[in-house]
Design a protein around this ligand. Structure first.
Ligand code: HEM
Ligand SMILES: *[C@@H]1O[C@H](CO)[C@@H](O)[C@H](O)[C@H]1NC(C)=O
Ligand SMILES: *[C@@H]1O[C@H](CO)[C@@H](O)[C@H](O)[C@H]1NC(C)=O
Length: 324
């Protein structure tokens, strides 16, 4: 099993055997096992033991007050990871000479920044300079997504780049299955993982802007009655919201049953049932929620490791809105 820990190496100096021994003892004691990307389970066990609880409590308190924030936080992690890796770049505010990711046209409906801030504030009091903003986003997404609780790895560093133009890489809602498969394969995901991740649309809403393309011509993949529902939503304007399924705040597999009824909201949703390469997976997830949860969690863990920054490629931000 590959193990690395630059901080320990620094602490123990040149004593090579000592380093190996110490790393191993700590790894065994704490259940650490460092992957090639430097992430590990229980990453903060010795440096900030209550990090996971602090984030979880903050997220749960926020969701109690506003359950729709779960969708915002899950989506935030996706957007963070698909642009420049999971490095907190989505949290950076624009300045006079830099338009940041969050101010790109694709920023629509990413919500919950205040939850990340609240967690960060507590973490900075408890263990200053230790817990990265990227890790807080990953933990908050995990705590917002439903299903049985699952462990995620931590140890991401915060990135030093956040540019609106980088968001061109996010998939637009008009993509068909071929394009989605290609886009997600570029990030190392299988077809099944792509369908599982799309299942995040069991939470939340889309605005009319994102699906009105389906209403101008007859869309054969769209149920006629549901087309009327979408048109009615859009009669209130581009920003009018349409829930992805009937249980927009509950993480369940109803999204997939909805696709089977041709009542998916986005082109990129309904195409998963219309295309033979993905329809089988949609049917399996619609039939078996446990299978969806297991696939989703595996794919989220994988997404959470996309191009993570290590060592001098990143930092632990003091304020999630600004580079140090
Ligand atoms: C498969 C490609 C995907 C496309 C084309 C896509 C596109 C979209 C669009 C257009 C919206 C609505 C935005 C708006 O109108 O305000 C949305 C919402 C959402 N997306 Fe995706 N998405 C994709 C994958 C994902 C993934 C992988 C996740 C997370 C793992 C995710 C999580 C969400 C959530 C939770 C919402 C609801 C947000 C809210 O209610 O605030 N999406 N997505
Ligand atoms: C993106 O976010 C900024 C600030 O939160 C907002 O002013 C801007 O209108 C948003 N962009 C779009 C296209 O909604
Ligand atoms: C998907 O969209 C692309 C680009 O518009 C198109 O070339 C391709 O034929 C489409 N694939 C399917 C299966 O509809």
């Amino acid at each position: 099993m590959p193990m690395r820990s630059p901080n320990l190496v620094k602490m123990v100096g040149g004593n090579f055997l000592g380093v190996i021994l110490l790393v191993e003892i700590i790894a065994v004691m704490s259940g650490h096992s460092f992957g090639a990307n430097g992430l590990s389970m229980n990453y903060y066990l010795t440096t900030c033991p209550f990090a996971e609880q602090i984030v979880r409590n903050t997220v749960f308190r926020a969701l109690l007050a506003d359950p729709t924030l779960a969708a915002g936080l899950v989506r935030m992690h996706f957007h963070d990871c698909f642009i420049q890796g999971c490095d907190g770049s989505i949290l950076i505010d624009s300045t006079n000479d830099n338009t940041a990711e969050k101010d790109s046209p694709a920023n629509l409906s990413v919500r919950g920044y205040e939850v990340i801030d609240a967690a960060k504030e507590q973490l900075e009091k408890m263990c200053p300079g230790v817990v990265s903003c990227a890790d807080i986003v990953a933990m908050a997404a995990r705590d917002s997504a439903g299903g049985p609780p699952y462990g995620i790895q931590n140890g991401r560093k915060d990135g030093r780049r956040s540019k609106a133009e980088d968001t061109f890489n996010l998939p637009p809602p008009t993509l068909n299955a071929s394009q989605l498969i290609t886009k997600f394969r570029q990030h190392g995901f299988s077809v099944e993982e792509m369908v599982a991740l799309s299942g995040a649309h069991t939470l939340g809403v889309a605005t009319c802007r994102a699906f009105k393309n389906r209403l101008s011509d007859v869309d054969p993949t769209l149920d006629e009655d549901f087309a009327k529902t979408l048109s009615k939503t859009c009669s209130s304007g581009d920003n009018a919201k349409q829930p992805f399924d009937e249980t927009m705040n509950r993480f369940d597999n109803l999204y997939f049953n909805t696709l089977q009824r041709k009542a998916g909201v986005l082109t990129s949703d309904q195409t998963l049932f219309a295309d033979s390469r993905t329809a089988g997976t949609v049917n399996r997830f619609a039939f078996n929620q446990a299978m969806f949860f297991a696939s989703f969690q595996g794919a989220m863990i994988k997404m959470g490791a996309l191009d993570v920054k290590q060592g001098s490629r990143g930092e632990v931000r003091k304020n999630c809105h600004k580079f140090n």
